[in-house]
Design a protein. Structure first.
Length: 328
């Protein structure tokens, strides 16, 4: 049985479809990233899961419990940090955490220990007696995470927790999320691809309300990225002419001659999406090699170049990679 299961979640804002039958699972103990550009639907999905927003259709299951019939259970067992932390600037850090603990029904005898544990994890000892309004953005973000811990929920949900932080605070937040995995399942949303690649074990890629991929992060780059691009080494001569002929192979959409060495020509192939999708259950390399041999080519090697998470993301969302490549 899956730990958390999202089943065909639909949400409209007026006539705009924000979430289009999203279905995926989150395993116990994962750091699961919700990855997508701004406006993809990540915050809407998290707000629904935290029982702050009602879906128009679909259901969320927490083992044998349903969100639609057990909203209080979901609220009590999720520590939710929205993108803008729900802080009170005129309260001191310790007093605020005490207030949150009481609000969430922590037994009186456990409040002090729970606050101490949250302060320890977030390294807020020096700030405990300070007014929240006088803290830096990075420290406020830490207080925001601390308030998700004071009632010790099994699941922590963080919406864009590194946005606007300085490099040092981003590193602190990254290390904290990794540390939270020891005792909690973590769902972490971001449009910052590099952050997701460093923090998350699994991810769900959302684009314009649709789910494009869900699973292990390495599988996304190893399978989706590699199915689309190949490097080919062939024997022969007059390789510029062979570059033209390679474009006529049924699996190949684009071909670029990379150079020649020891009578071997190296080519970078972009495969035809339709052919890849038609044969998604098979290894596309086998199909491509068969086509090459049937057309008289002499392949020596065929392999998938390592693709970055960022590049695969832009390929899947049909965004223009050339505008981002130099900045990644």
């Amino acid at each position: 049985m899956s730990y958390i299961r999202f089943d065909k979640i639909v949400k409209y804002y007026g006539d705009k479809l924000a979430l289009d039958e999203l279905s995926f699972e989150v395993g116990r103990g994962q750091v699961h990233g919700l990855l997508g550009l701004n406006g993809a639907g990540k915050t809407t999905l998290m707000s629904i899961f935290a029982a702050c927003l009602a879906p128009d259709n679909g259901e969320i299951f927490w083992e044998d419990r349903k969100l639609s019939s057990d909203r209080i259970f979901f609220k009590k067992n999720i520590g939710f940090l929205p993108e803008t932390p729900p802080l009170y600037p005129d309260m001191k850090v310790y007093d605020y955490l005490h207030f949150v603990a009481e609000l969430n029904g922590v037994p009186r005898g456990e409040i002090k220990a729970n606050i101490g544990n949250a302060i320890d994890k977030l390294q807020l000892h020096k700030q405990a007696s300070r007014l929240i309004g006088n803290l830096s953005k990075g420290l406020k973000q830490r207080v925001g995470v601390a308030q998700t811990l004071v009632y010790n929920p099994p699941l922590i949900m963080l919406d864009e927790p590194t946005v606007g932080l300085d490099p040092s605070s981003i590193l602190d937040m990254r290390n904290l999320i990794k540390d939270l995995k020891k005792d909690h399942t973590v769902i972490f949303s971001s449009h910052l691809l590099h952050e997701v690649s460093l923090v998350c074990t699994h991810l769900s890629l959302i684009h314009e309300g649709k789910l494009l991929f869900t699973g292990e992060q390495e599988k996304m780059t190893a399978t989706l990225g590699h199915q689309k691009h190949m490097e080919l080494l062939i024997q022969g001569d007059d390789f510029p002419a062979q570059e033209v002929l390679l474009r006529d192979i049924s699996c190949v959409a684009e071909c670029q001659f990379l150079g020649e060495e020891n009578q071997l020509g190296r080519f970078y192939l972009t495969l035809d999406d339709r052919k890849v999708n038609e044969n998604e259950e098979a290894d596309v390399r086998y199909i491509l090699l068969k086509d090459l041999i049937d057309n008289g080519f002499k392949p020596v090697s065929l392999y998938s170049p390592k693709e970055s998470l960022e590049k695969v993301f832009f390929q899947l969302t049909d965004a223009d990679w050339s505008n981002h490549e130099e900045n990644i």
